[in-house]
Design a protein. Structure first.
Length: 510
């Protein structure tokens, strides 16, 4: 039995639930944007005359800016104030979206995507850290993070549906323009409703060497994985990017351990529970991003689904995520330790993924895909909710922005790794299958059948890896995360300076 001090709770913000609604709208916009543009890519590529070799930059420009600037964005939120950073991020994201929708050439499109990523890197950590400092009651916090977790997990699949509708019935440009009303509503609501708690800012001077090293290191890592997908793992520039990333990030850790006001205080990531959350969440995202990609291609190319029908096919996964987050995770979070939700959640998701290893050309949606998606959604929703909450639980208010940025960084880097790693595995297995079987296909229809069988073989080979990755995420969550029930722990917002007036609360050691 140990004792942890927390400050006696004050009067909660009367507008906190209204604030959550506007924060949720902003989070939905950012998550939607990650998948909605994928549906529109073929149309945009054709209209703007973008070559096959350059089309990846529609995704890569966004990922590089977003992943590379997240820690900087989180620190700016701590410095400026989260509300100000949140509103500024929304305004910039809306302007960049308008630029993307009005793009007349590839340079304009790539620039708009990079700007979207940069403002997203300011917006995302500000949104999560606002929740962390506004919801300090354990039960309310569980509900708030349940809603946020459901949006973070299911928003990507909603993007597939919305992207399908907009591309099929309007124009690809609307996949950009649709962000503007989201941003305007969220910014206006935040401006009038959000009241950020006093005393939570970190007014230390900005760690410029840390900003440069972390940004370059993360950009090199994300670009290395993106390039590996298109040019192969043995490509000299790919290898060079990974080496540069390792050197830059190692230098970043050394700098952070020595400077007076670090960009990323090492106390944020070395705390056992937060470290376990960042690692397990990153691994889970690796598995999920690859799956979204494979299932989208399987349904459209192999099954012949339209973009809209493909989007609707993902609805069971969204329903599962919402149920897992709000009905399982949020209800149990104040009763059981977070690891007992995260570990089993990742294992249930791994079981859903395991079902998909049986995928064949003629697989039934109702018999195979539907139960697999429901299990994946339930498992990930149940695991995401306590993970999102635990990632910022007990963090000093001055570190809330950068701790939130680490959640987004693990997701963004995990997404880049997942897309590249699993896509490379799938492409290699497909090529090998076609090489072994194409000789026996005499007619054109038989050759087409072999190619489709090769695609499915590639997907199932990669999905086996995803099963292993989810299992690893479960093991990490069960072994590293050892926090007790949230209502027995430190209330977010109790800083070290508050410890003198604090009331001791017993915490059962697990």
């Amino acid at each position: 039995m140990s004792e942890t001090a927390v400050k006696a709770p004050g009067v909660p913000d009367a507008n906190r639930w209204k604030a959550l609604a506007f924060i949720a709208i902003a989070q939905l916009m950012v998550v939607l944007d990650a998948t909605i543009v994928n549906i529109a890519m073929p149309s945009a590529q054709q209209d703007l005359g973008i070559s096959d070799g350059n089309r990846q930059w529609i995704v890569t420009a966004y990922a590089l800016a977003f992943g590379g600037l997240l820690l900087f964005g989180g620190r700016i939120a701590d410095l400026w104030g989260r509300k100000r950073a949140f509103v500024a991020g929304l305004g910039g994201f809306a302007a960049a979206s308008a630029l993307g929708g009005a793009a007349t050439n590839e340079a304009m499109m790539f620039g708009a995507r990079a700007l979207q990523g940069a403002f997203g890197a300011l917006l995302a950590p500000a949104a999560l850290s606002l929740l962390a400092v506004m919801f300090t009651d354990a039960k309310e916090r569980a509900k708030a993070f349940g809603i946020y977790g459901a949006i973070a997990g299911g928003g990507g699949a909603v993007g597939l549906i919305l992207g399908g509708f907009l591309t099929e019935y309007l124009d690809w440009r609307w996949t950009f323009f649709v962000n503007i009303p989201f941003a305007v509503v969220a910014a206006a609501g935040a401006y009038f409703v959000i009241r950020e708690p006093e005393g939570g800012r970190n007014r230390s001077s900005l760690d410029i060497p840390g900003v440069i090293l972390s940004t370059l290191g993360l950009v090199s890592l994300v670009y290395g994985f993106t390039r590996a997908e298109s040019d192969g793992w043995s490509d000299s520039l790919t290898v060079g990017m990974f080496v540069a990333s390792a050197v830059l990030l190692a230098a970043f850790v050394i700098v952070e351990s020595r400077v007076k006001a670090p960009l990323l205080p090492l106390r944020v990531i070395t705390e056992r529970n937060r470290g376990g959350v960042y690692l397990s969440l990153g691994l889970a995202i690796i598995a999920m991003f690859g799956l979204f990609l494979f299932l989208t291609y399987y349904l459209q190319v192999v099954k012949g689904y339209s973009p809209v029908k493909t989007g609707f096919a993902f609805l069971p996964m969204i329903a599962g995520m919402i149920t897992g987050s709000t009905q399982i995770g949020a209800r149990l979070m104040t009763r059981v330790a977070p690891r007992l939700l995260m570990g089993p959640g990742f294992l249930v998701a791994a079981l859903g993924m395991l079902l998909l290893t049986r995928l064949e050309i003629g697989s039934s949606y109702a018999a195979l895909l539907l139960p697999a998606m429901l299990l994946l959604g339930l498992g990930m929703g149940t695991a995401f909710m306590p993970a999102m909450s635990l990632a910022t639980l007990g963090v000093e208010p001055r570190d809330a922005g950068v701790a939130s940025a680490m959640v987004n960084t693990s997701q963004q880097v995990g997404g880049a790794i997942g897309t590249a790693l699993l896509n490379t595995i799938a492409a290699s297995a497909t090529a090998s299958y076609i090489k072994d079987h194409i000789a026996g296909a005499a007619s054109r229809p038989q050759q087409q059948l072999v190619q489709l069988e090769g695609m499915v073989q590639g997907y199932t080979s990669a999905i086996w890896f995803a099963v292993g990755i989810l299992f690893a995420a479960a093991v990490i969550a069960l072994t590293l995360v050892n926090a007790g029930k949230p209502d027995m722990g430190t209330v977010t917002g109790a800083s070290a300076e508050d410890a003198e007036d604090a009331v001791p609360v017993p915490v059962v050691a697990h």
